[in-house]
Design a protein around this ligand. Structure first.
Ligand code: ADP
Ligand code: MG
Length: 510
């Protein structure tokens, strides 16, 4: 972790004395600031980092001056990751950062002086941002994305409703930054639908999928998009664990009335990791009533879970059925192509040109979890900066020797075609023929879909293998299977079983 979350000398709110700013600190901060400018939006950098000045760098910790306590808390809670990424990009490893409150020095900033808004004086008195509960009244131009549009709520409306806490969305978790592929297209479309048409499109939206596949990202993207489109929306975004803790605290304090008001008077309730309700009878009961009230009032509910509703242990049947009232969408593991696209996207935001062979090396080995993919690219960037060497396959092999030994899936056309042909009692040659009768066309479409999922072949290549078909025919077939498995759980299970068989068959060392 790069930013020190707290430190008593920090809250003393003054910088150490009048020591001159070390040149190293200045250079380092200028470089980090420049990198932040690459990965964050201009508004974000202007609001939060232009009024931050370098004080000292002792080789490990960079001390920076910020104008207010509020500024400090906001950076700690929202930009830690950005600072880690930028500092490791610049220095080769994450630099620990200490934030000290010093309005005077902070005003010198890292960049040319900027107009300072009046936030400094009253901001310190504002409530500290809370990481889990959010309601927001964006103050800045609604056309801009990201944190700038969720600047601390000062409007009296949310205050009056007892929710005077600003949004704590991760500014990078937007729809724009979400790479869409066959594994998440359906969930993405559902999320967009909700953001465009809350309480009209799908209610509730229930996203499920295993860890690190983008559920939280999509949930927060919905929140951020909604605020952008309708700044007045009252959104409450929190984890189910927080909901549970609030509920227990309210029970203990005898403040259930207030608790209920808080949760039942929002326009949109977004609860992450709802599987946390497993085996918690009373919280389930409470959530049931929260759900009903909001639903009846035509308010939007968005939920995520690491498993389908029916598989959450001891989840009341009436909740299971409610969770299915709207749209239940699964996020599956990303196919190679999506993993490659995610890597390339991340690399671009870090200002890195990722050679194709490096992207393939990583994407072929890290297959289950997008968070791990991100971790890998951060390590590569850090290692490359440290070694002062450009990113190459050789460098990556040295940076992550454990990946070298990773068992890799190399799926060939014949592997997929073989599995599908066997299951459907047809010959591979039939799948590759021009024949169009349903008993062959359908398995062929499944085979195309699975080839797309398991290999990096393009639509053209797939079409060429399956009887010289063109790219639009392949796309049509793949989309047909996608929509079929989105609607029909038996079809989904069948296709997934084939997919598992391909994986088992083809796991072999490279
Ligand atoms: P989950 O909530 O499902 O465990 P997260 O939403 O926390 O997963 O995602 C893990 C990381 O992967 C996040 O940093 C997120 O931004 C990134 N990520 C996940 N899916 C995508 C995607 N489709 N495109 C870009 N980044 C993604
Ligand atoms: Mg999550």
């Amino acid at each position: 972790m790069g930013v020190k979350p707290d430190n008593s000398s920090v809250s003393a709110s003054r910088t150490p004395d009048a020591r001159p700013v070390s040149l190293d600190a200045q250079e380092l901060w200028t470089a980090i600031h420049a990198h932040l400018s690459e990965i964050l939006r201009r508004e974000q950098v202007r609001t939060w980092f232009d009024r931050v000045a370098a004080l000292e760098f002792d080789g490990q910790t960079l001390s920076l001056a910020v104008p207010t306590e509020f500024h400090r808390t906001w950076i700690l809670e929202n930009y830690q990751r950005a600072l880690d990424v930028s500092s490791s990009f610049v220095r080769g490893s994450v630099v620990s950062i200490r934030l000290l409150i010093d309005p005077e020095k902070a005003s010198l900033g890292a960049a040319p002086p900027v107009r300072v808004e009046t936030e400094t004086t009253d901001a310190a008195a504002s409530p500290a941002p809370t990481p889990t509960v959010s309601s927001s009244t964006p103050t800045s131009d609604a056309g801009r994305r990201g944190i700038a549009s969720q600047a601390p709520a000062r409007s009296s409306a949310p205050l009056a409703r007892g929710m005077a806490v600003p949004c704590s969305f991760n500014p990078t978790y937007t729809f724009e930054n979400f790479v869409v592929g066959p594994c998440n297209r359906f969930a993405f479309a559902g999320a967009m639908g909700v953001a465009e048409n809350p309480a009209r499109a799908y209610n509730p939206l229930f996203l499920h999928g295993s860890v690190g596949l983008g559920k939280t990202h999509l949930l927060q993207a919905i929140g951020q998009e909604l605020l952008l489109r309708r700044p007045e929306t009252q959104i409450l975004y929190l984890s189910c664990e927080t909901f549970t803790n609030h509920f227990i605290a309210a029970l203990e304090k005898g403040s259930l009335e207030e608790f209920r008001r808080r949760y039942r008077e929002v326009d949109v309730l977004v609860v992450d990791d709802i599987h946390f309700l497993a085996n918690k009878e009373r919280t389930q009961e409470e959530f049931f009533h929260t759900f009903n009230t909001l639903f009846q009032d035509q308010k939007q509910l968005v939920l995520s879970s690491d498993s389908p509703a029916k598989e959450i242990p001891s989840l009341q049947e009436r909740l299971v059925s409610r969770f299915k009232w709207g749209l239940e969408a699964e996020i599956e593991k990303p196919c190679l192509e999506t993993r490659l696209a995610i890597l390339q996207r991340k690399a671009r935001t870090m200002g890195l040109a990722l050679p194709d062979e490096v992207a393939h090396f990583l994407a072929e080995r890290i297959t289950n979890n997008i968070r791990e993919l991100e971790g890998a690219i951060n390590r590569v960037v850090g290692f490359s900066a440290l070694q002062k060497t450009p990113v190459s396959l050789e460098l990556v092999r040295r940076a992550m020797p454990e990946l070298e030994a990773e068992r890799t899936m190399i799926v060939r056309f014949e592997d997929v075609a073989g599995v599908v042909a066997r299951r459907h009692h047809v010959k591979i040659q039939d799948l590759q023929s021009r024949r169009r009768n349903q008993s062959i066309a359908f398995p062929r479409q499944i085979a195309m879909f699975l080839t797309r999922r398991h290999t990096k072949h393009s639509l053209e290549e797939i079409g060429a293998y399956y009887g010289g078909r063109d790219h639009s025919t392949v796309l049509y077939g793949i989309e047909k299977i996608e929509s079929l498995i989105a609607k029909d759980s038996i079809a989904r299970d069948t296709v997934n079983a084939l997919s598992d068989e391909i994986t088992r068959l083809t796991q072999r060392p490279q």
